[in-house]
Design a protein around this ligand. Structure first.
Ligand code: FES
Length: 86
């Protein structure tokens, strides 16, 4: 089980955190990972000077997530983390 926190602070909100939440929802159900990923929101993670949305996976912070690079982020970061925590 991994915990994914999507920053919904005002800066990340403007950069599309809502869309990222939706994408996460889609990818989680498409991959049947509802039991393995806990999706939650977080307030400003202190990284809002970067582009894109800030996401915390377990305790690692990732910045600059956009709908365009989301699929890479999912494949290269989220899925390996799920595997590691099985
Ligand atoms: S608003 Fe997301 S890191 Fe600050």
């Amino acid at each position: 089980m991994i915990i994914v926190q999507i920053c919904v602070g005002s800066s990340c909100h403007l950069k599309g955190s809502e869309e990222i939440v939706e994408l996460f929802g889609e990818y989680i159900s498409k991959n049947n990972l509802d039991d393995e990923i806990v999706l939650t929101g977080t307030f400003c993670a202190g990284k809002c000077n970067r582009s894109g949305v800030t996401i915390i996976v377990n305790d690692q912070i990732f910045t600059g997530i956009t709908p365009y690079n989301f699929s890479d982020f999912w494949t290269n970061t989220v899925l390996p983390e799920v595997e590691k925590n099985r």
